[in-house]
Design a binder for this molecule. Sequence first.
Ligand code: ZN
Length: 380
Amino acid sequence: MARRAAIGARRRPAASALAAGLAAAVLGGALSTLAALPAWAASALSAWRINSDGVLELRTSPGVPLQAYFEEGTGGRGPRLWIDLPGAPIRPRTVSGGGALREVRIGKPDPSTTRLVLEFLPGTRLDPRQLRLVGTARDRWRMEISGLRSGSLLAVGEGDVDAAPTWTARRSPRLGAAPGFVPSGPPPSAEDLPQVPRGRFRVVIDPGHGGPDPGAVGIGGLRETDVVLDVSLQAARLLQARGVQVLLTRTTEVDVDLPPRVTLANSSGADVFVSVHANALSMERPDVNGIETFYFAGGRSQSLAEAIQQQLMAISPGTPDRGARPGRFFVIRRTVMPSALAEMGFVTGEVDAPRLADPAYRRRLAQALAAGILNYLGAS
Ligand code: ZN
């Protein structure tokens, strides 16, 4: 029997989760354009290419889920990897490969699916544990097919993988008018928030964890992922109401790995990156509570962290102020703009947990987070 594996299923099942996370990450009316594909583009696959070093890149419709699979070679057949996308191709076809890549097929396994198949020569050795399809933008994907010798393929592809990212093309001056992603109901009030020049700033908010990765789980089953998503979405809305463009690294319960979060941030031209988390310790330590905000580098990131920490503490009397502190978390270490990571309390803490479970407190947290960011932007 051929061994078949869903790629990326080692630790996270996340090919599709990555897709959803990044696809949903852009505010500004993007969602409303999803249906506006040209008539010929029934398939979500817009362009693909594989270079001579075995790097596969895809451009897809924004917001589509992808699934990637691998099957080892058997008999006279080489290993295959394939990616399923929504929508059927108008014209199933085969493109000859070169080197270790025998051919690429664009097939239609069922009437609503496009299957991009890469078939390698018999005897080609690929390690499925090294294969991972990574969403690098809401419509971009990349997989390094490791195990191949550098230069062992002939570069092939179809379409323009490098077409301008759709979200920058759709940048809207009406930043507060983004439909479609935030929970319904009245928006939290932005009235008391600091003012900054409208339309000047762009902020990336990174709700930590998500999907199968709940982050910390604390008292009463309180999940970090739920807390941080709720606060992040509300903070995004408040910032939008102040004329700040906001990108979220995820807007739903999906898992996005850390590098794509950083890639999204670094390619966004954002002024500020803020990762939103809640802390946890053992359930035996309900006595440990407090709020802290991390920065990697001093200077502007430190100012940002201090501005956020001050606002979070202002609405959280009675919990320890653990301060704005240096930290080495990946997302703040690797982002190129001023960045901070807020830990808004301990889901395992007897003071913090009941608050974090309270929607009214989470609304105040969102306001505090937005106020801290706006204070920083206003002073910068
Ligand atoms: Zn966390």
